[in-house]
Write a protein that binds this ligand. Structure first.
Ligand code: CAA
Length: 283
């Protein structure tokens, strides 16, 4: 299937980055969110990030203008009706994601492919609640989407081969590299990355190191671009906790037990960069 129009649900951290990537690759993009404020903030971030790419000579000013002209926004899911592809990028809560697909379905063409940018929720289960489980996939971008070259492609148990092949081609057109994962809790990247971050929080909790020494150790000692606690703040501590809970519940193994300190920070509303406070203070 030829994909031209892409509907993106959610203008947040991931949604606006994904819209940025699709628009630069020449796709017509419509972003939906539940408030005008969220849409305005998403567009502002896209402009700022494209500006950064222009100033670093990654793209030209003409590329930026053409990409921005391909992006429109809407508060109504109905206006995503002409999309060939939907990328759901709402909050990492299963009930919210399922409700979005349910509300979207009556407006969509029969052939429209549905994807979710979920970082950990079962694709098979999300797909089973839609009218087209064979045309449903996980399309998992990494943060920041305009920079990170990987997209995980996750097939649900019912995903057909035509859908998978179409999405492989889309990822290639975006200039990204696909890694295919089977549908098990947290797929590949987060199955490996989040236990490492959780272990870093335990390392802090048990007093083995402080925030700076833990991050410095992993940056300079293991060559990571960001330390694990800085990365946790960047991802969002609520998202980190949600993924650990998916691993813990889905694999029923105590080795995935979320660190109590991570839970406490989330309960305090110290969710990382987006909240102004996490393991670091951004205020
Ligand atoms: N949009 C566009 N460009 C951006 C950007 C954005 N949001 N953020 C950074 N950049 C660009 C910069 O312009 C810069 O470009 P040049 O190389 O052309 O100069 C480049 O990215 C590097 O940025 P900076 O120089 O500002 O800063 P940096 O060198 O510290 O890199 C980083 C920033 C790319 C985020 C780097 O720190 C990094 O790779 N961190 C690790 C990120 C990571 O692990 N992401 C995965 C998280 S896990 C995930 O996403 C899965 C999940 O489901 C939770």
């Amino acid at each position: 299937m030829d994909i031209k129009n892409v509907g993106i649900v959610g203008a947040g951290q991931m949604g606006n980055g994904i819209a940025h990537v699709f628009a630069l690759a020449g796709y017509d993009v419509t972003i939906n969110d539940i408030s005008q404020d969220a849409l305005d903030r998403g567009l502002k971030t896209i402009r700022k990030n494209m500006e950064r790419q222009v100033s670093r000579e990654k793209i030209s000013a003409a590329d930026r203008d053409a990409a921005l002209a391909r992006i429109s926004t809407t508060l109504s899911l109905e206006e995503l009706g002409s999309s060939d592809l939907i990328v759901e990028s709402a909050s990492e809560r299963e009930t919210i994601k399922s409700a979005i697909f349910e509300d979207l379905q009556p407006h969509l063409k029969a052939e429209t492919i549905l994807t979710s940018n979920t970082s950990s929720i079962s694709i098979t289960r999300l797909a089973s609640r839609t009218d087209r489980p064979e045309r449903f996939m996980g399309l998992h971008f990494m943060n920041p989407a305009p920079v990170m070259p990987l997209v995980e492609l996750i097939r649900g148990i019912a995903t057909d081969d035509a859908t998978y092949q179409t999405m492989l081609k889309v990822v290639e057109n975006l200039g990204k590299t696909a890694a295919s994962a089977e549908d098990f809790p947290a797929f590949i990247v987060n199955r490996i990355l989040l236990p490492m971050i959780n272990e870093a929080v335990y390392t802090l909790y048990e007093g083995v190191g402080n925030v700076r020494s833990i991050d410095t150790a992993m940056k300079l000692g293991a060559g990571h671009p960001m330390g694990p606690l800085e990365l946790a703040d960047f991802i969002g501590l609520d998202t980190c906790l949600a993924i650990m809970n998916v691993l813990h519940d889905g694999l029923a193994d105590t080795k995935y037990r979320p660190c109590p300190l991570l839970t406490k920070y989330v309960e305090a509303g110290w969710l990382g960069r987006k909240a102004g406070r996490g393991f670091y203070d951004y205020r």
